[in-house]
Design a protein around this ligand. Structure first.
Ligand SMILES: O=c1ccn([C@@H]2O[C@H](COP(=O)(O)O)[C@@H](O)[C@H]2O)c(=O)[nH]1
Length: 281
């Protein structure tokens, strides 16, 4: 039986530091790397990133959108990248941000979380904005298969507050509700549960302003926004306070601009990981 995702991630962060490298084959990066904007270019790009950081960082996070924009050929590359990432021993978080009514969510869960599915990594990003309970099929399958979820809570984009800071009739914010539901699923887990949140490293004091108790989530906190979106060590320390040990900082372009040299990519990832570790210690 596979160990729980939360325990596997905690061990990976202890071994390699608290960094997730995003695999985001932007057209502009493909061009900068001298690669074509097609499925072969994607494949070369993603496998180069894995050669550089596989076994060196806690996790990688392929962004599904950049593969899907190439249709079935791109999705086939994503499948290859998920398998190759897992073969390196590095945890693979598929950033597909799925969310739908429960019956359809069951199909997404089968695609991204079921043993044997070619798109199933170690964890999946999901959206709770059809109601947290709509995620139940994904929660059930993640927990029974040793996988994890990262539920969008306080996202790194400037528009996120329109929905996430909104208050329900009793004054609770939407973000606080999402965080409390994740925390309930992680209750009693040691060292931490498998139902994480996405909390951008760019959100400043939003957690305290929205009443989100990050430490009480007792699960991993995926923190995009490091690097290209402007957040760095100072912001990581500021945003996460006493929940620092749960944080997996995520950087895509901030590392990827160092390519296509494998050595330069590896060095950029090591520097980002060391900086995150220092900020979160
Ligand atoms: O709140 C969120 C949730 C997800 N993301 C994703 O992370 C990466 C960020 O890329 P950078 O190049 O490091 O800016 C990207 O795949 C986003 O879709 C996010 O940025 N914010």
């Amino acid at each position: 039986m596979t160990a729980a995702f939360g325990a596997r991630l905690a061990a990976a962060m202890t071994a390699h530091g608290p960094l997730c490298v995003g695999i985001d084959p932007h057209p502009s990066l493909l061009e900068a790397w001298g690669l074509p904007d097609d499925a072969q270019g994607l494949r070369r790009f993603a496998l180069t990133v894995l050669e550089a950081v596989g076994g060196q960082v806690a996790a990688v996070k392929p962004q599904a959108a950049f593969f899907e924009r190439h249709g079935s050929a791109g999705v086939a590359v994503l499948e290859e990248v998920v398998a190759a990432g897992r073969d390196t021993g590095t945890l693979v978080i598929v950033d597909a941000k799925r969310g739908d009514i429960g019956s359809t969510m069951g199909a997404y869960a089968d695609a991204f979380l079921r043993d044997g599915s070619p798109l199933a990594g170690d964890a999946l990003t999901v959206s709770p904005y059809l109601g947290f309970g709509s995620l139940d099929p994904a929660v059930d399958l993640a927990l029974s298969s040793g996988r994890g979820l990262f539920v969008l809570c306080l996202t790194s984009n400037k528009e996120g507050h329109e929905v996430q800071h909104a208050r329900t009739q009793d004054g609770t914010t939407v973000a606080a509700l999402v965080a409390a539901r994740a925390g309930a699923l992680n209750a009693g887990a040691d060292p931490m549960g498998s139902i994480g949140l996405v909390v951008g490293a760019t959100v400043g004091d939003a957690a305290s302003r929205t009443g989100v108790d990050l430490a009480a989530v007792n699960g991993p906190l995926l923190a995009p926004g490091v690097g290209a979106q402007g957040a760095g060590p100072h912001e990581l320390a500021q945003v996460f306070g006493s929940a620092r040990r749960q944080v997996l900082a995520s950087s895509s372009r901030g590392v990827l601009v160092a390519g296509p040299s494998v050595a330069a990519l590896r060095a950029a990832a090591r520097q980002a990981s060391d900086e995150a570790a220092a900020a979160l210690s």
